[in-house]
Design a binder for this molecule. Structure first.
Ligand SMILES: *[C@@H]1O[C@H](CO)[C@@H](O)[C@H](O)[C@H]1NC(C)=O
Ligand SMILES: *[C@@H]1O[C@H](CO)[C@@H](O)[C@H](O)[C@H]1NC(C)=O
Ligand SMILES: *[C@@H]1O[C@H](CO)[C@@H](O)[C@H](O)[C@H]1NC(C)=O
Length: 536
């Protein structure tokens, strides 16, 4: 009995421990011992390549039966690949990735969730998220797909540097992504020190780079402009051969050092003004010295016939004045030609200026549009972040509820177990009591049997005594009154005996119903005295 009372503890303690360990393990899984590991660097690929975006669970954890997600938030729908229990859910996937993404199914059981993207395009550039909802873990992979639209550099003559006696070359190349670098090299492959590289980013996200360099005569005249993107191993280059005599011209001729449109226009304006001034002065001078040729010179180039007439007229003049006149006419024609050329140049430049302004306005508009888009994207991101935080909170509260209910269940289980144990104890004590009462019953029965045996022996004695007495009676021929009375008494005694033994059998009968074991001895007790009684 004492052993049974201590029962509840040894029995339910191991169970409580295992429940505790289970809860700890569950917490570990929820609170994230396992981590998702992505690459530490930006992945760079060329258009048309197949790439693998690495992502795996550490420590290794079988993910072949759970939901896995690869997404890119800038897409709509954002799913690049989703699978549940190794089965891809293709319906969720963004159509632009149809048939192009896959995971390595055999690797899932080792926690390897790496994603393969086939034939990447420049549109695939972006940040990808590898996400395991059960673990609430994520990793990010940045992919850059290089543009395949890069153009070969174009080298043009930009101006002349009089101070250094060199020519200024400009190089430009467009259609690059990611941003490239621009290098100038001389014929021996040495780097030339150039001005800063100007970088422009177009609305298609592609970069245009340009740079200027001043090439001096001491440089070998075979010049190379190279544009390269190191991460993608892309490179384009163009050579230009600057003729030797070009440098001689630059050192002797009056040259333009700065070729910005405004200063160029100013110079040209000055030139025009001075030429006009010169021409007017010459004209006045001519009018004063010789009035007659003036009429002719006005239409000097109308036709060749007029020219011939004029020559004939000029022949009549004195040689010296004729020569003077011819020289004067020549000069005037030259000046007029230059004037015309200069005016043409001016018009061209003005047109270019106008174009430049238009382009500027367009670019400003584009810039504004880009800014608008940026703010929109930022707003979207903010919203997504908020919804995600909301979700996180909900999940956390659910988690809390779950652990609460688990502990509640445990408490109930403990209570049930202790109830069961008390019931067991009661049963046990009941059993013990039954055994005890049976033992007591057995004792009563054996006592009864003993009394029966003693009664039987007494009966036997009485019988013998009676037999003796009978013999004595038979031997005596006459009976005295006293003897008669004695005889009757003894007969009465003998008659009461069977009644006693019947009482005994009445006492025995209730135990007969309870215990079969006791049946046989009872029969013996019942049977013997009855037979003896009947014999009388
Ligand atoms: C995951 O699987 C890919 C494809 O088999 C493999 O290239 C990559 O190394 C694996 N990553 C890890 C962490 O095992
Ligand atoms: C200029 O140099 C490049 C290599 O730097 C070479 O390929 C090219 O043939 C050279 N051109 C001339 C005209 O020497
Ligand atoms: C670029 O070239 C280097 C060595 O030449 C190589 O290690 C690297 O993998 C290449 N990168 C790409 C993206 O092809």
């Amino acid at each position: 009995m004492a052993h049974q009372q201590n029962g509840p503890f040894p029995q339910s303690l191991p169970k409580a421990f295992s429940v505790l360990i289970f809860i700890i393990l569950l917490k570990d899984v929820c609170n994230g011992q396992p981590q998702l590991i992505g690459p530490s660097q930006v992945l760079v690929a060329r258009a048309g390549d197949d790439v693998i975006l690495p992502c795996h669970v550490e420590p290794a954890y079988d993910v072949s039966t759970i939901t896995l997600e690869w997404t890119r938030s800038s897409l709509d729908p954002r799913f690049v690949y989703v699978s549940r229990g190794s089965q891809e859910l293709e319906k969720l996937k963004n159509p632009s990735f149809k048939g192009r993404t896959s995971v390595f199914v055999d690797e899932l059981k080792y926690g390897n969730i790496s994603l393969k993207i086939s034939k990447v395009k420049s549109d695939d550039t972006g940040t990808y998220k590898c996400y395991v909802p059960v673990l609430e873990k994520e990793a990010f992979v940045e992919l850059v797909v290089a543009s395949d639209a890069a153009t070969s550099p174009v080298i043009s003559l930009s101006g002349i540097d009089k101070n250094r006696g060199g020519v200024v070359l400009q190089c430009e190349s467009a259609g690059w992504y990611p941003e490239p670098e621009l290098l100038w090299l001389d014929g021996e492959g040495n780097l030339l020190s150039a001005g800063p590289t100007e970088t422009l980013r177009g609305p298609d996200d592609l970069y245009t780079v340009s740079s200027r360099v001043t090439v001096e005569k001491r440089h070998s005249n075979n010049i190379t402009c190279r544009v390269q993107q190191r991460n993608t191993n892309q490179s384009r280059e163009t050579h230009i051969h600057v003729p030797e005599d070009f440098f001689d011209i630059t050192s002797s001729s009056p040259s333009v050092t700065d070729t910005s449109p405004v200063s160029l226009a100013l110079c040209i304006l000055l030139l025009i003004l001075s030429v006009v001034f010169l021409v007017r002065r010459k004209r006045k001078h001519l009018m004063r010295t010789n009035r007659r040729p003036k009429d002719q010179t006005e239409d000097v180039r109308v036709s060749t016939e007029e020219d011939r007439e004029r020559e004939q007229f000029n022949m009549k003049l004195p040689i010296t004045s004729r020569q003077q006149l011819q020289e004067e006419q020549q000069r005037r024609e030259d000046a007029e030609n230059t004037l015309g050329d200069l005016q043409n140049d001016k018009e061209k430049l003005e047109n270019e200026l106008q174009d430049e302004k238009k382009r500027n306005v367009e670019q400003e508009a584009k810039l504004k549009e880009l800014e608008k888009k940026n703010t929109e994207i930022i707003n979207q991101l903010q919203q997504e972040k908020e919804t995600l935080e909301e979700l996180k909170k909900q999940l956390e509260s659910k988690n809390q509820e779950l652990s609460d209910s688990i502990s509640e269940l445990n408490r109930e289980k403990m209570i049930k177990e202790s109830e069961i144990n008390t019931m067991k104890n009661q049963l046990e004590s009941n059993k013990q009591e039954m055994i005890k009462s049976e033992r007591e019953k057995d004792e009563i029965i054996t006592k009864l049997r003993q009394t029966i045996v003693t009664l039987e022996s007494k009966l036997q004695e009485e019988k013998q005594r009676r037999e003796k007495a009978e013999k004595q009676v038979q031997m005596l021929p006459t009976e005295t009154e006293e003897e008669k009375q004695k005889k009757e008494e003894t007969e009465k005694k003998v008659q009461t005996l069977p009644i006693k033994s019947e009482k005994i059998s009445h006492i025995n009968s209730p135990s007969k119903q309870k215990k079969k074991r006791l049946k046989e001895p009872q029969k013996e007790v019942k049977g013997q005295p009855k037979n003896e009684c009947c014999a009388f």
